[in-house]
Write a protein that binds this ligand. Sequence first.
Ligand SMILES: Cc1cc2nc3c(=O)[nH]c(=O)nc-3n(C[C@H](O)[C@H](O)[C@H](O)COP(=O)(O)O)c2cc1C
Length: 495
Amino acid sequence: MSFAIHILEFLAIAFVMTLGAMSAVALGLFVIDRTQTGDAIRRNYPVIGRFRHLFTALGEFFRQYFFAMDREEMPFNRAQRDWVARASGGKGNTIAFGSTRNLNIPGTPIFVNAAFPPLDDQFASTEPLVIGPHAREPYVAPSIFNISGMSYGAISRPAVEALSYGAKEAGIWLNTGEGGLSPYHLKSGCDIVYQIGTAKYGVRDGNGGISDDKLRNVAAHPQVKMFELKIAQGAKPGKGGILPGAKINEEISQIRGIPVGKDSYSPNRHPDISNFDELLDMIGHIREVTGKPVGFKTVAGTPEPFEELFALIRRRGLECAPDFITIDGGEGGTGASPMPLMDLVGMPIREGMLMVEDLRDTYGLRDRIRLIASGKLVNPGDVAWAIATGADFVVSGRGFMFALGCIQALKCNKNTCPTGITTHDPKLQKGLVVEDKRCRVANYAKSVISEVEMIAHSVGVAEPRQMRRRHVRIVQPDGTSRLMSDVYPRSEPLY
Ligand SMILES: Cc1cc2nc3c(=O)[nH]c(=O)nc-3n(C[C@H](O)[C@H](O)[C@H](O)COP(=O)(O)O)c2cc1C
């Protein structure tokens, strides 16, 4: 009995002391909040005002895990992310009961099913396609779906390694992004596209121009199949790359030739390319020095620049043309960019791709310039749409980040990515196990390709590149759908 009374006494004292301590802390916070001048809410509502910050931070997680519907999050909704997660897991990717997709939203593509699709033994796999027939070493690209540029620096060492091994296993290319070529890109032996950004990391001479010797060194790697000049990317057209200082360690500083720990800004355009003549000259020069196909990456805004470029190519001769053009949509992602550029500048890929593809064909350049599409094309339906509009290839960045385990924490611009993908903090990188994630990368790529082929068969053709605009209907504002070939008719060819 007396033991129980002692316990009760102890609990009562502990309770009173806890209350006292809490009141003292609350009083301290009250004084701090009332006297500080930076935060109006905390000054007017001391202590309680602090909960606003807490709930705002927690709200992000509550929305994602409990409240957001399958199709409503941005930039990628749960249905899109879950598809990638299932595909990467390599297990069956079927769902039950019925689609959760709202098919009345204007712009939604719907594929036209064939009355009599090809039989199983009439299916063909996607054929490899030659890029750069005039280069000394043209590239016979095996896959329609590949990995878009994400630099070593923006993403981590294990992320690059897992992408590289996964690319090798799936038979797809890996674009280096603008941060140069690291040993981790090369390790697996996969096909590599070397991207030259405006800072020309890895191939820069002493004056910020291009170094032929360094270009030759990069091209000497047999795995490096093509070079891509980055003119613009969808998340920040007109702005150079930003690599926060927190992400620049000793190794990255050496590969890029920049100081450790200091923010690194690339110029907002190539200082030595200020018009299309100079662009074609630079492309011709890199092709001559390296012997490999050369193209560029940009974002569509209006038709005029493309008309000017294609007309110029016609005047100068087809050989001078870029071997490929990557069109990135304004909805593209990045490690770090100012919000107005991310939100508001650059045509979405669903408009830009149609426009550029139409112009390329109008100027008779279909067989000369390959088109590569990117911008939230992460699920098979998106990729099939792009191929049906006339893209020759599709590349994805964030689709492969999801395969690596990205949870869309939106922290790529800090050094705190919880999944180890966009951080150089060794503790966080431990979560990204290359041996596991390389398989997920390969599984994801293979699933996208096989399901795009499945859509192609369903619309009645033997392989994806035989799909045309007439195989897709686009939902209109009144809820009906029209053939994409009627909504976006082709212009009369000029050549
Ligand atoms: C973390 C991250 C880093 C990126 N780094 C580059 C880069 O170095 N060069 C580039 O051209 N694009 C870069 N991008 C853009 C992607 O290559 C791609 O164009 C864009 O995200 C659209 O594709 P997606 O929607 O499939 O991600 C980056 C994107 C992300 C998310």
